[in-house]
Design a protein around this ligand. Structure first.
Ligand code: G3H
Ligand code: ZN
Length: 286
């Protein structure tokens, strides 16, 4: 069923695993992610950035695609459709209106008080409609679609501010920037585990790890043990899909039917997503 993130994340946090947010980029990504979730018997969060939604034909198109595929595949596991890095109150409302079951309002570039006020407005609307909300503090480095944060701008979240934001807004889950990066890492990720522990103890609600691509398994496990119940992955599926397309077209340069190269891409995405579900411990938890 299509659900908000609240229940799946509270369960994950209580039981010590994380639910993956896998970003949708097109039809094949959506198919692969839903099939992987059903085959792994795992809850799943379909992440949709504003840029990706634009590419796919708008929020309503995305919701229709997910709903229809769920029906077609007889999906029984819990699925959330989540706006990733929502840039404004208006965009969040538009996504909710289109049928999204969850939204992130990313007010991390605003001063704390403004971030709190904006997040609270979104929570008031979302919760009235049974939609879950994710907020962010600090600044996650790297690039994802329209969102670009260079190294100098990237900043670790401050624990006392995290507590203030979570308490003042009533968000369902919370993403503190702690050194993770969107896109490929330059060198080893350097996650702030001391701060992570402190923030987890202060806020209590499920934490969200953005930039899940390229983080070593031992760090993933540590982040889960320190309160992370949601981990976002996009780049890794994109890399495996591009690799599959490249391989097929290099082997058969005369090929032109998109199904012949996007089919293998879909299989590659599915394998990547299944691997992540096992790594995060969400397999057989639906
Ligand atoms: O919001 C989406 C994720 O944070 C993407 O992270 O680029 O490391 O896969 P990634
Ligand atoms: Zn992110």
């Amino acid at each position: 069923p299509l659900v908000s993130m609240t229940e799946m994340l509270n369960k994950a946090k209580a039981e010590g695993y994380a639910v993956g947010q896998f970003n949708l980029n097109n039809l094949e990504f959506t198919q692969a992610i839903l099939q992987a979730a059903e085959e792994e018997k795992s809850p799943v969060i379909c992440g949709v950035s504003e840029g990706a939604a634009r590419y796919m034909g708008g929020f309503k198109t995305v919701v229709g695609m997910v709903k229809n595929l769920m029906q077609e595949y007889n999906v029984t596991v819990p699925v959330a459709i989540h706006l990733d890095h929502g840039s404004s109150f208006e965009k969040c409302v538009e996504a909710i209106h289109a049928g999204f079951t969850s939204v992130m309002i990313d007010g991390s570039h605003h001063p704390l008080e403004e971030n709190i006020a904006l997040t609270k407005r979104v929570v008031d609307v979302a919760h009235a409609l049974g939609v879950s909300v994710e907020a962010e503090l600090g600044r996650i480095g790297g690039q994802e679609d329209d969102l670009v944060v260079d190294e100098a701008e990237a900043a670790y979240a401050i624990p006392s501010e995290c507590k203030e934001l979570v308490e003042a807004t009533g968000v369902d889950c919370f993403a503190p920037a702690l050194g993770s990066v969107h896109g490929p890492y330059k060198g080893e990720p350097n996650l702030g585990f001391d701060r992570m522990k402190e923030i987890n103890e202060l806020v209590g609600i499920p934490l969200v790890l953005h930039g899940g691509t390229g983080i070593p398994t031992k760090d993933i496990q540590k982040a889960i043990s320190l309160g992370h119940a949601k981990i976002n992955v996009n780049t890794e599926s994109q890399i495996s899909s591009a690799k599959a397309v490249r391989q097929v077209l290099e082997e058969k340069p005369e090929l032109y039917d998109p199904r012949k190269y996007l089919g293998p891409a879909r299989e590659a995405i599915k394998d990547t997503v299944k691997g992540k579900m096992r790594e995060f411990g969400s397999s057989n938890k639906a």
